[in-house]
Design a protein around this ligand. Structure first.
Ligand code: ZN
Ligand code: ZN
Length: 350
């Protein structure tokens, strides 16, 4: 495909789409029912449906029966951990292999002109982004992912939380399944906004931002505290009345679903003239500029809080103005000798 029909490439080789990034037509006033109808298939396809299906597959083929899950034993937990790792390796690895190792579509639709493998950086283990990202993903990410999963299943199996059955509450659980992405977006936005606060950023979130030019393995490459907070979105299903299958869906939505924002390409080509949208641009801009796009755009949080960046020149100007204002606030006013002192200050009374 000719990516220059859809965007432009600058001197550095960075490609940007012509169309500015948009947020979903939900939660807007006045409501836009036609736009919602047009957008609706994207809500399910391809990712949401895929992650919901994987939850069913795990429930049916990977997890043991409820009786076994009442006890924490190495057997089923280790098996679950291995399957989780293998699935992530295959899913993220497929994008990595096709786009970054085989370079099947060259740099067509690639936001950043450079390849992570070409850039050494001391911030990474072994100065290599890929090795660092994989070590963090499998070293801490997958154990935390599995631990969250086990805690939730153990709580349900032992009856510590209400377990609504699909037969008993079909309508409620169907509606809850529909809002899984909404729960994710809200949780992610609040957590993400919080860890951009100075001290937390330096301690926790800077690890994820070491990947300025993200690639598939950057998706879950985070400090363990962030991995726990991010994947811990599934714990909401211990607080709201739910079903373990939906908790699994919520977890898979966060875990497997971290990849779309980090693919690094705007479109993934399938054949010579067809491609799927990656929906990566909003989060790519976050990795590029840091202080924009804390959410993924399902709910227009960033529009509401004035931090949305759609890739346009106008958005860049707004971001610069915000940055200047912030800098001015952080710098104390200069004492130029003209500032009037309060009466008597500095003058010992006679
Ligand atoms: Zn990211
Ligand atoms: Zn961030």
């Amino acid at each position: 495909m000719d990516d220059l029909q859809y965007g432009t490439r600058n001197k550095r080789g960075d490609w940007a789409p012509n169309e500015p990034a948009g947020t979903a037509p939900l939660f807007v006033f006045p409501p836009r029912p036609l736009a919602v109808l047009k957008w609706l298939p994207h809500y399910f396809l391809p990712y949401n449906l895929l992650f919901a299906l994987t939850a069913v597959v795990w429930w049916r083929y990977v997890l043991p029966d409820v009786e076994t899950m009442k006890t924490l034993s190495v057997g089923w937990i280790l098996r679950l951990f291995i399957v989780n790792c293998a699935a992530l390796l295959v899913f993220f690895g497929a994008f990595e292999l096709r786009l970054y190792i085989l370079k099947a579509q060259g740099n067509r639709f690639k936001y950043n002109g450079k390849w992570p493998s070409e850039q050494k950086n001391k911030a990474f283990f072994f100065e290599n982004q890929n090795i660092d990202n994989m070590l963090r993903t499998f070293g801490t990410g997958m154990p935390i992912w599995t631990a969250i999963e086990v805690a939730i299943l153990y709580a349900y199996a032992n009856g510590y939380v209400p377990w609504l059955t699909l037969l008993g509450h079909p309508v409620y659980l169907f509606l809850l399944a529909l809002v899984v992405p909404v729960i994710h977006e809200t949780h992610f936005f609040l957590l993400h906004r919080a860890i951009h606060w100075g001290p937390l950023y330096r301690w926790v979130h800077s690890v994820h931002h070491n990947s300025v030019n993200p690639s598939p393995w950057s998706s879950l490459s985070m400090h363990p505290v962030e991995q726990l907070g991010y994947l811990g979105v599934a714990f909401w299903h211990l607080i709201i009345p739910s079903n373990p299958l939906l908790a699994l869906y919520q977890l898979h939505y966060a875990g497997f679903g971290a990849i779309p924002g980090h693919v690094g390409f705007d479109k993934v080509e399938l054949t010579e003239d067809s491609a799927v949208e990656s929906h990566a641009y909003i989060h790519y801009l976050h990795h590029k500029y840091f202080e924009v796009n804390y959410g993924d755009g399902l709910i227009p949080f960033d529009r509401w809080f004035g931090t949305f960046h759609d890739g346009s020149k106008e958005a860049a100007a707004r971001m610069d103005a915000r940055y200047e204002k912030k800098k001015a606030r952080a710098t104390p006013p200069r004492d130029d000798g003209l500032t009037r002192q309060p009466c008597g200050a500095g003058h010992p009374s006679a």
